[in-house]
Design a binder for this molecule. Structure first.
Ligand SMILES: Cc1cc2nc3c(=O)[nH]c(=O)nc-3n(C[C@H](O)[C@H](O)[C@H](O)COP(=O)(O)OP(=O)(O)OC[C@H]3O[C@@H](n4cnc5c(N)ncnc54)[C@H](O)[C@@H]3O)c2cc1C
Length: 406
C-alpha cells in the first residue's frame, strides 16, 4: 500500500473528503488531488447563502486549511484539469501536457451548472452559480439599483432570490413549471414557499418560458419570455446541473446519467471509484440507483469510497437528505420524491412550521420539514423502519413523531 498512489480527479467536497478520510484511516500511500478550480476543496452550500450575501469569508468554506494537506502529505494540484484517463496504462493526461500515473483512481468531478440555450444566452449579464468564482462575479453585480431576474425556481434559484431580496434589490423569478421547486416539493409546500417570497417582495411568474435575450442600449438585457419582455440588469440561470461524466465516458466506464457505481463507490474497473454528484450509485435502502446532488451525499459517499480503498469496505446506505435555507426559513427533505405519495400534514402552512410525510402504500417514504428540523430525525427513522403507519395518528400533532418512530 505504502508505495501505491491514489489520484483523485476533482477537488470539490467529495474529492477533498476522500483524501482527508484516507489519511484519517491511516492510509499510507501517496495521495494526489487534481482540482480544476484555483481554490482548496470547499463546500458549496454557502455560495447561494452567506457567501453571496457577503457575510462569510471564503476561507470559512474550505473543507480543511492549506496546512492540513501539507501536514498529511496530500498533494493538491489546483487549477489543473485531467483531460483523459488511459485505463490500460493507468495514466492520466493533464491539460498542461503532463501525465500522471495512478494505482487507484477516484472520479469526483461533480457537476456543472446547466446554461441557458436560447438566443442571447451568452450576454455577459447572464450568470450561473456553481463555484466560488461564480459567486464573487455575481456578488459584484448586486448594486443597490440592480434589477435581478432569476430564471429557474429550484432550490438554488430561490436561495439566490432570498439573498438578493434581503439585500434590498428587486427580484423577479421566472419558472417554466407550474410550481416552484417542482422536482422536489409537492405543490402545496411549493405554494407556501412561493407565498413567503411574495410577502417579501419577490415577483414570481410560473408556467413562463424564456425564449431569448437581447442587450439593452445603455446596459442590461431584455428577456423575451412567453408572457412578454422583462428588463433586467442581472440575470441568474438556476436551471439545474449536469454531471461531469465525459472523462469517465471517454474512458469506457459505464455511465448513465452519472458514473455507475455500487454501494462502495466501485465502478466497473476495479482500480477506479467515484463519489459525489457525478455518480449514480446503488442505494441498498431504496433498492435502486440514484443520482443525488447534496452535501450529505458528497460527504458520506466520499467517506465510503475512502473506506473501500483503505480496505475497510462499509456500504454507503443512507436515506437521501438535503436542506435549503431561504430568509429565516429552514427546509429539510429526506427520501426521493416520486410525486404520487399520499401526503400527511403535521401542522399547517399558517403555523409557519410544519412537517409533511409522504406515504407510498401506507409506508412513509418521504419527509419534508419546514422550520421543524427537530422532527426530521424521527421522520427519517419512520422511513428507514419501512413499516406502515396510521395516517390519522401521523397527522395528530399531539402525538410526538418520536413515539411513533420508536
Ligand atoms: C450554489 C449551491 C448551493 C448548494 N446548496 C446546498 C444545500 O443547501 N444543501 C445541500 O444538501 N446541498 C447543496 N448543494 C449541493 C452540494 O454542494 C453538492 O452536492 C456538492 O458540492 C457536490 O460535491 P462534489 O465534490 O461531488 O462535486 P463539486 O463540488 O461539483 O466538485 C467537483 C470538482 O471537480 C472539478 N473537476 C471537474 N472536472 C475536472 C477535471 N477533469 N479535472 C480536474 N477537476 C475537475 C470541478 O471543477 C469541481 O471543483 C449546493 C450546490 C450549489 C452549487
Amino acid at each position: 500500500m505504502a508505495d501505491q498512489r491514489t489520484v483523485i480527479i476533482g477537488g470539490g467536497q467529495a474529492g477533498g473528503m476522500v483524501a482527508a478520510t484516507l489519511r484519517h484511516l491511516g492510509h499510507p500511500g501517496s495521495i494526489i488531488v487534481v482540482g480544476g478550480e484555483r481554490w482548496l476543496p470547499y463546500e458549496r452550500p454557502p455560495l447561494s447563502k452567506a457567501l453571496l450575501r457577503g457575510s462569510l469569508e471564503i476561507d470559512r468554506i474550505f473543507l480543511r486549511p492549506a496546512a492540513f494537506y501539507a501536514e498529511h502529505g496530500i498533494r493538491l494540484l489546483t487549477g489543473r484539469r485531467v483531460y483523459a484517463i488511459d485505463r490500460t496504462q493507468c495514466l492520466l493526461q493533464l491539460d498542461d501536457g503532463d501525465a500522471l500515473g495512478y494505482d487507484r483512481l477516484v472520479i469526483a468531478t461533480g457537476a456543472r451548472a446547466r446554461r441557458l440555450s436560447v438566443p442571447g444566452a451568452e450576454c455577459p449579464e447572464i450568470h450561473v452559480l456553481r463555484s466560488i468564482d461564480d459567486a464573487l462575479a455575481l456578488r459584484e453585480t448586486l448594486l443597490p439599483s440592480a434589477r435581478v431576474l432569476i430564471v429557474g425556481g429550484g432550490f438554488i434559484g430561490m436561495e439566490i432570490a432570498a439573498v438578493v431580496r434581503s439585500l434590498g434589490l428587486s427580484v423577479t423569478v421566472i419558472e417554466a413549471a407550474p410550481t416552484l421547486m417542482a422536482r422536489a416539493l409537492p405543490p402545496e409546500v411549493a405554494a407556501f414557499l412561493a407565498g413567503v417570497h411574495v410577502d417579501r417582495g419577490v415577483v414570481i411568474h410560473t408556467g413562463v418560458a424564456v425564449r431569448g435575450f437581447s442587450p439593452r442600449p445603455g446596459g442590461g438585457v431584455v428577456a423575451q419570455t412567453s408572457m412578454g419582455p422583462v428588463e433586467a440588469d442581472v440575470v441568474v440561470a438556476g436551471i439545474g446541473a449536469i454531471p461531469d461524466t465525459e472523462l469517465a465516458e471517454a474512458a469506457g466506464l459505464a455511465v448513465d446519467d452519472g458514473v455507475l457505481v455500487d454501494e462502495f463507490g466501485r465502478t466497473d474497473d476495479r482500480r477506479i471509484w467515484a463519489a459525489g454528484d457525478v455518480t449514480r450509485h446503488f442505494n441498498p435502502l431504496l433498492g435502486r440507483r440514484v443520482r443525488l446532488e447534496s452535501w450529505k451525499n458528497a460527504q458520506n459517499q466520499a467517506i465510503a469510497v475512502a473506506k473501500a480503498i483503505a480496505g475497510q469496505p462499509t456500504p454507503y446506505a443512507e436515506l437521501p437528505w438535503l436542506w435549503s435555507d431561504q430568509y429565516d426559513l429552514n427546509l429539510q427533505l429526506a427520501g426521493v420524491p416520486l410525486g404520487n405519495e399520499q401526503l400527511v400534514w403535521r401542522g399547517t402552512p399558517d403555523d409557519g412550521r410544519f412537517t409533511v410525510l409522504g406515504l407510498s402504500g401506507g409506508t412513509p417514504t418521504l419527509a419534508i420539514t419546514v422550520n421543524q428540523g427537530r422532527e426530521m430525525r424521527f421522520a427519517q427513522q419512520l422511513i428507514t423502519r419501512g413499516a406502515a403507519v396510521d395516517p390519522l395518528k401521523l397527522a395528530d400533532v399531539r402525538i410526538p413523531l418520536q413515539s411513533m418512530a420508536a
